[in-house]
Structures are given as C-alpha cells and as structure tokens.
Design a protein around this ligand. Structure first.
Ligand SMILES: Nc1nc2c(ncn2[C@@H]2O[C@H](COP(=O)(O)OP(=O)(O)OP(=O)(O)O)[C@@H](O)[C@H]2O)c(=O)[nH]1
Length: 334
C-alpha cells in the first residue's frame, strides 16, 4: 500500500515539507469528492468533501477496498472504469446522464436525504512505479434538477398542446396525431378502424338564444358525454373544431361503428339539454357521419375525414339528429 496516506483535515502525511502540506489543504478545500485508490483498489486518499457527504471518516475507510466501503458499486460503470484505470491506464467520465447517483452520497449534513446527482471522472496516474487512480465526484444536483424541471415543463406543454382548453378532450392537433398513429397500426395489422365526425345541430340558434357562455358550457357537457361513451383505452374523443367533434375507434367494424354512433347520439339526446326554439328538437342533438378504414378503400387520413364529412352532411341534409355511414343508406332518428 502507498504510505503517503492523506485524509481530511488535520492532514496526516508522511511528507513534512510545506508544499505537501499546502496540497493536502487544497485537496480538502476543493469543492468535489476526491478518492485515490492504490493498485489493489484500496483507499489511500479520502478528502473532507467525501467525509461530509458520506458520513464516513477518512480513518474509517482508509486502507479498505472501495468495493467493501460501497458494495453496491460492484459491477457498476464506476467499478469497470476503476478497473480500466488501474489495469489499462484508461481515463473515464461517467456523466450523470449515464449513472445518476452511483455513490450513496447526500448533501453535507443530511445523511438521510435524497442522494445528490453525481458526475464522476476516473483518472489513472503513477507514483514512482505504483499505479493509482483518482476518482473525482462532482455534485451536479442543481443542473440535473433544472434539467428535470425543463423536461417536465416541456412535457406538460406538449401534453397541453394536444388538449382542447375549453372541453378538456383532445384538440385538432391531438386528433391528427392519434388518427395517423391508429391508421398506421390498422395498416400494419390489417385491423379495422372507424372515424366518427359529429356536429351539434343548430348550434348557431343555441348561441343566439342562450348566449355564447352557455354555448361553451353546452360544448363542454357534450364533449364529456362523448368521452364517457368511449370505453376502450385506444379510443380517442376530440374537438375537431367549433361545435364539431370526432371519435377515432380502432378495431371497430363499420357495423359496430354505426351501433356506437347511434348510442352516442341517443346518449346526448337523453341528456335533455334544452335547445333554442328555432332548433328541430327541444333538446340538443347530434348529427354523425361515419367512415371506416379498409385496405382496398379509404386508406389515408384525408380520405377518411372527407368520407366522414360527406356522411355528416348527408345526416344534416337528411333532417339532423341522425347517423349516416359513408357508403350506406341513412338511418332515421329512432
Ligand atoms: N359558444 C360557442 N360557440 C361556438 C364555438 N365554436 C363555434 N361555435 C358556434 O357554433 C355555431 C355553428 O353554426 P353553424 O355552422 O351555422 O351550424 P349550426 O347552427 O350548428 O347548424 P347545423 O350544423 O346545420 O345544424 C356558430 O354560431 C359558431 O359561432 C365555441 O367555442 N363556443
């Protein structure tokens, strides 16, 4: 073992010269952890930073194998980097992004708090014939915390940018992304997919009669009712724009889609939301157009949307409060 065993202040060193004493002070003052290992992986230097963050004194760890002091390091990236340094003389950086907190170190003075985030460098060096290796540990908790906050913020912005601010269901952007995703899945697996476009009947009359704010409340109630009718995890309810809604129903045949659409229409009617006198019914109703993906027919999003839109307009022309399936006869309201 190397005989110059430098530890936390007061520094113990075999070298009585002032230069060595200054170096020892500097090693203890530096704002990062410094551990020096001898060729066998035993600790020969453990600075004060390490003492305050690990709760272990230099006297306790001096001469011990690093892996006995920190058994959890066995097989870790730090362990391999130490071997690479001591055997092959290779330096390694282990950034926080690769191994967040390899050493069980906590903020100075808090021995049961969260581990600090660490960036670790391992550098081999020689002292005479002996090969040693220095491990430097930096506390990067501040930077890592800021990075996490930024990521969370970006994630919440991204999530919000797919949600309609008024109704809380997916917005048009969320709809576009979901439709492309589900279409690709249906194309890959040869599965079924149905698209429903829905429009509140005579909504201009509703707004004119009850006012815009009440109109907004009506939109939210209908959106929540629609969303509540879609039970499968992959189903998507979206506000397509204005008073128009959409539903994407993966793994749903045209016949099942017609059935679902009628159930949604009946459910919204059953809410019995009072409508304006100028509307066709005393309560709020929906017209719904349905179109289905098929490998030999409607294959992409624009074709599917256009077909559902045509069916929706057929439902409007047919008298409203009804479902029309693209390519099939209109069903009157029941
Ligand atoms: N309150 C409210 N109204 C909206 C919103 N977006 C669109 N609208 C209203 O929805 C109404 C849609 O009217 P039209 O497109 O003429 O259709 P309609 O009166 O529903 O008639 P049909 O669709 O033919 O049954 C317009 O008066 C829009 O102002 C919104 O976010 N809030």
């Amino acid at each position: 073992m190397i005989d110059s065993f430098l530890i936390e202040l007061p520094v113990i060193t075999t070298a009585p010269d002032p230069a060595a004493s200054f170096s020892s002070h500097a090693v203890n003052l530096v704002n990062c952890g410094i551990i020096v290992l001898d060729a066998d992986g035993r600790i020969v230097l453990w600075n004060r930073w390490m003492v305050t963050r690990s709760g272990r004194s230099a006297a306790r760890v001096g001469g011990q194998l690093l892996l006995d002091v920190f058994p959890e390091l066995r097989g870790s990236r730090v362990d391999s980097a130490v071997l690479a340094a001591l055997i092959d003389g290779i330096s390694t950086n282990v950034p926080q992004s690769q191994s967040r907190a390899p050493f069980p170190l906590r903020e100075a003075g808090s021995l049961d708090g969260e581990r600090i985030d660490q960036a670790v460098s391992i550098t081999p060096f020689t002292d005479g014939k002996a090969r040693l290796c220095m491990i430097e540990i930096r506390d990067v908790s501040g930077a890592a915390g800021r990075e996490r906050q930024l990521l969370e913020h970006a994630e919440s912005l991204r999530a919000r940018s797919y949600v309609d601010g008024l109704t809380g269901i997916a917005n048009r952007r969320g709809f576009d992304v979901a439709l492309e995703r589900e279409l690709r899945r249906a194309q890959r697996h040869g599965g079924a997919l149905a698209l429903l476009l829905m429009d509140i009947d005579s909504f201009k009359a509703y707004n004119d009669h009850f006012g815009h704010q009440q109109g907004d409340r009506c939109l939210t109630t209908v959106a929540q009712a629609l969303s509540g009718m879609l039970k499968r995890p992959a189903d998507v309810a979206a506000r397509y724009g204005g008073e128009e809604f959409a539903a994407i129903l993966p793994d749903t045949s045209p016949e099942q889609a017609r059935h679902h659409a009628n159930a949604i229409r009946a459910h919204v009617a059953a809410l019995a939301l009072a409508h304006a006198p100028a509307a066709i019914r005393e309560y709020v109703t929906l017209s719904i157009g349905v179109a289905s993906f098929s490998p030999g027919g409607l294959q992409d999003a624009p074709a599917l949307i256009e077909a559902a839109d045509q069916a929706l307009y057929a439902a409007k022309r047919g008298g409203r409060d009804r479902v029309v399936v693209h390519g099939a006869a209109a069903l009157p309201a029941t």
